[in-house]
Design a protein around this ligand. Structure first.
Ligand SMILES: Cc1cc2nc3c(=O)[nH]c(=O)nc-3n(C[C@H](O)[C@H](O)[C@H](O)COP(=O)(O)O)c2cc1C
Length: 458
């Protein structure tokens, strides 16, 4: 519910990933595996998402070739800000969001590139400010390993503060463009003069203020410092949640932190990922999904699962229900991964229902578990009819678990097209999703009129 008692509007982003979020999607005969370097593929996806009136298209990013995984799939992608510059010319309304690493980038570069994208797109740029995750990335940027978590987040906070100062350092009003001879009223320029622990930036930015004033900032970390970073600086949070209960706790915590720093919690939109497989019946949706799961290498999947669990499960039969999980090994297995597998096995409904336990009939089979891990690995998953998917989206929003979702199609473009053609109209018919873009800017469409000037937070 909104403050005036209306049911809340849903927000939807398209979260792109190669041929789709299912790691075996590229092997499907109709996949776009030969188009990953072809800009028209990405333009078409963005146009489909725009036809579905989605808030934004989101391109994740990383800074290392995944040589460990390159044999089993195309894990590369075009550099997102470059790609989005092209996509902006093929679209008119949809927001354009790229991940940017505060660990490897410099705030002046990012402020300049994102301000440029905001100008090019007429006010549709956004970033997902991440702190990066792999030592392999650090080794491409003059480091032996990633800085520790606390250091990464300390730098991220200073990075965000510097970005915001840079974006407002050459106010739009200062550009007079008087052909008699005055281009900029330099008395209105604001020195940045940021000299702190990580960055030393004199400023001002060498581009006038972007149309949105402040391009939209998302954040995607779940740790305490990640949540605090979101509370201080973000307009939205991308998160991962297997069920509504966990998501609800996370959302209320981020909202409380946002209020504690003096910002209106409604100006931070919490958007978990949602993996959606559709069919005109539940059985058809299940069949589509099983088709992708059948393309997975069971051998590779069981090897990865063995490392998650810290015990050898390579002998598990693919089509049997997952056996009782061995206890955590205590030493070898990453605790978060073990907990995730345990949670999926214990809380998953199978018959093609939802990951939330609504249709809880039996535990998943080994192949189904590998499929859940292979498509979004821990993000909420719905396999069902358009009505079931729309119901699930509204159930999460109405119980305070989400403001909307990052839609993660298992296979692209087909699962996106299905979503846009069959789920979006249902949400619109129920009065819960826009039929046209309300605003010119991403910030307006995501946040409504609350912060159109982009000059908050306090
Ligand atoms: C939906 C989503 C998208 C993410 N995208 C990226 C990305 O593109 N690049 C990246 O390095 N990290 C990405 N991350 C990882 C996080 O930003 C963050 O670095 C990670 O969760 C560790 O931070 P934490 O300890 O605060 O959770 C993403 C996380 C989520 C949930």
């Amino acid at each position: 519910m909104t403050a005036n008692g209306e049911p809340a509007q849903v927000h939807l982003n398209l979260f792109v990933s190669g041929c789709g979020h299912h790691t075996a999607a590229w092997r499907d005969s109709g996949s776009a595996v030969d188009r990953l370097g072809d800009i028209t593929f990405w333009e078409e996806l963005a146009r489909t998402a725009e036809r579905g009136r989605m808030d934004a298209v989101f391109f994740p990013d990383g800074q290392a070739a995944r040589t460990d995984a390159l044999t089993s799939g195309p894990t590369w992608f075009l550099e997102p800000l470059t790609t989005l510059s092209a996509v902006s010319r093929a679209t008119e309304h949809i927001g354009l969001v790229a991940s940017v690493s505060s660990t490897f980038w410099d705030p002046f570069h990012v402020a300049r590139m994102v301000a440029s994208l905001d100008h090019i797109s007429g006010g549709r740029a956004g970033i997902n400010l991440v702190t990066s995750q792999l030592d392999a990335e650090a080794r491409n940027h003059g480091m032996d390993a990633l800085p520790n978590h606390a250091v990464r987040y300390a730098r991220a906070g200073e990075f965000a503060a510097t970005l915001v100062k840079l974006w407002s350092s050459w106010p739009a009003e200062a550009v007079v463009a008087d052909r008699q001879g005055v281009y900029t009223d330099v008395s209105q320029l604001k020195a940045v003069d940021h000299h702190d622990r990580w960055f030393s930036v004199a400023g001002p930015l060498n581009i006038p203020e972007p149309p949105q004033h402040r391009p939209v900032v998302f954040q995607a970390g779940v740790s305490e410092p990640g949540r605090d970073l979101a509370a201080a600086w973000a307009d939205g949070v991308f998160t991962v949640a297997w069920d509504a209960q966990g998501a609800r706790g996370f959302r209320s915590d981020v909202r409380a932190r946002t209020a504690a720093v003096g910002r209106d919690p409604d100006t931070v939109k919490i958007m978990p990922g949602l993996v959606v497989s559709l069919g005109s019946t539940e059985e058809e949706a299940q069949r589509r999904r099983r088709h992708l799961d059948d393309l997975l290498s069971v051998e590779d999947g069981l090897r990865d699962l063995s490392s998650f669990l810290g015990v050898d499960v390579t002998g598990w039969a693919p089509d049997s229900v997952v056996p009782e999980l061995p206890p955590p090994s205590g030493t070898d297995a990453p605790a978060g991964r073990y907990a995730l597998v345990r949670h999926i096995v214990d809380h998953t409904a199978v018959r093609g229902g939802s990951s939330t336990g609504r249709d809880d009939r039996r535990r998943p089979t080994v192949r189904e578990l590998l499929g859940y891990l292979a498509a979004g690995g821990g993000h909420a998953t719905v396999v069902g009819t358009p009505e079931q998917v729309a119901d699930e989206i509204l159930r999460w929003v109405d119980c305070g678990a989400a403001d909307g979702f990052n839609i993660m199609p298992p296979s692209l473009p087909d699962d996106l097209t299905e979503f846009v053609d069959h789920v979006v109209p249902l949400l619109q018919a129920r009065g819960r999703f826009r039929r046209g873009y309300e605003g010119k800017y991403l910030r307006d469409n995501l946040l409504g009129h609350r912060s159109t000037d982009g000059r908050s937070p306090a």
